[in-house]
Ligand binder design. Structure first.
Ligand code: 5RP
Length: 223
C-alpha cells in the first residue's frame, strides 16, 4: 500500500471515534485531509468541528461542515490529528504543517486525542524529524543560540524565499540534531523560554489512541 493509501485508511478508521451529535476537534495535514474527506459522510450527524488551522477550516467548509470558534465550545470529547513522530508512550512531535499552536490549543480542550498516522511515524525516540517551534520573530537569534546550547541546529522555516508566516502571524524554527529522551521535561523547559509560542513536542497533550496505518491494516495503539 502507498503512504497515501495508508493515510486514507486511518482517516476513514477515525470516523469510529466521532460521536454523533457532538462537535469534533480537527487537526491539520495530509492525513487529516483524508479524515476531513471521510467526515463529510457524517456531516448530517454532527453539529460541526473546531479546526486547528485556516487550511483545515477551508476544507471543512468546502465540504459543508460548519466550523465553530474554539472559544465558543467548552469541551470536546475527541480531537483527531496527525503527527510527524509518535513514540510508544503516545508522545509526539507535531508542527510539520506549521499549525502546532492551534493544534495544541484544540487538543487541550479535548478529552481524547486520537492520532492518525502511517507506520513511518512510529519512532523509538523523538527528535529525528526536525522539531518545529513557533516563535516570536524578535527572539530568533537568542532562541537559535539556546537550541545550539542543547546540541541542536535551528533554522527559520522558509516559504517562497521568505520566512514562513503562521496562521498566528509568527515564525517557525525547525531544530535538527536533538534526541528528546524526556519529552515531558523537554516540553516544559523549552515552552518557558521567552519568545517561544509553542514547542512542537506534544507530551502534556499526548495521544490517547493512535490509529497506525500498516500494510497489514489499521493497528490501534492505546496509551
Ligand atoms: C501539522 C501537523 C501534522 O499533523 C503533521 O505535520 C503530520 O502531517 P501529515 O499528516 O501531512 O504527515 O502537525 O502542523
Amino acid at each position: 500500500m502507498t503512504q497515501d493509501e495508508l493515510k486514507a485508511l486511518v482517516g476513514q478508521a477515525a470516523l469510529q471515534y466521532v460521536t454523533p451529535g457532538e462537535i469534533v476537534g480537527v487537526g491539520t495535514g495530509s492525513t487529516v485531509n483524508k479524515f476531513i474527506d471521510a467526515l463529510a459522510s457524517m456531516k448530517d450527524q454532527i453539529p460541526g468541528a473546531v479546526s486547528s488551522s485556516e487550511a483545515s477550516t477551508a476544507r471543512l467548509k468546502a465540504l459543508g461542515i460548519p466550523v465553530f470558534e474554539a472559544n465558543d465550545v467548552a469541551e470536546l470529547s475527541v480531537y483527531i490529528d496527525g503527527a510527524d513522530e509518535i513514540d510508544a508512550q503516545g508522545y509526539m512531535v507535531k508542527g510539520g504543517g506549521a499549525a502546532l499552536t492551534r493544534e495544541k490549543i484544540v487538543a487541550a480542550q479535548s478529552r481524547r486525542f486520537v492520532c492518525i498516522a502511517d507506520e513511518s511515524k512510529l519512532v523509538k525516540t523523538l527528535g529525528a524529524f526536525p522539531l518545529p517551534v513557533e516563535i516570536i520573530p524578535m527572539a530568533t537569534a537568542r532562541l537559535v543560540r539556546q537550541f545550539e546550547a542543547l546540541g541542536g541546529r535551528a533554522q527559520v522555516r522558509q516559504k517562497d524565499g521568505a520566512p514562513l508566516v503562521t496562521d498566528n502571524g509568527q515564525h517557525i524554527l525547525d531544530v535538527t540534531g536533538l534526541q528528546i529522551g524526556d519529552p515531558l521535561a523537554f516540553e516544559s523547559r523549552v515552552n518557558q523560554w521567552p519568545g517561544v509560542v509553542t514547542v512542537g513536542v506534544f507530551a502534556h497533550q499526548k495521544a490517547s489512541v493512535c490509529l497506525l496505518g500498516t500494510s497489514g491494516g489499521v493497528k490501534t495503539l492505546t496509551f
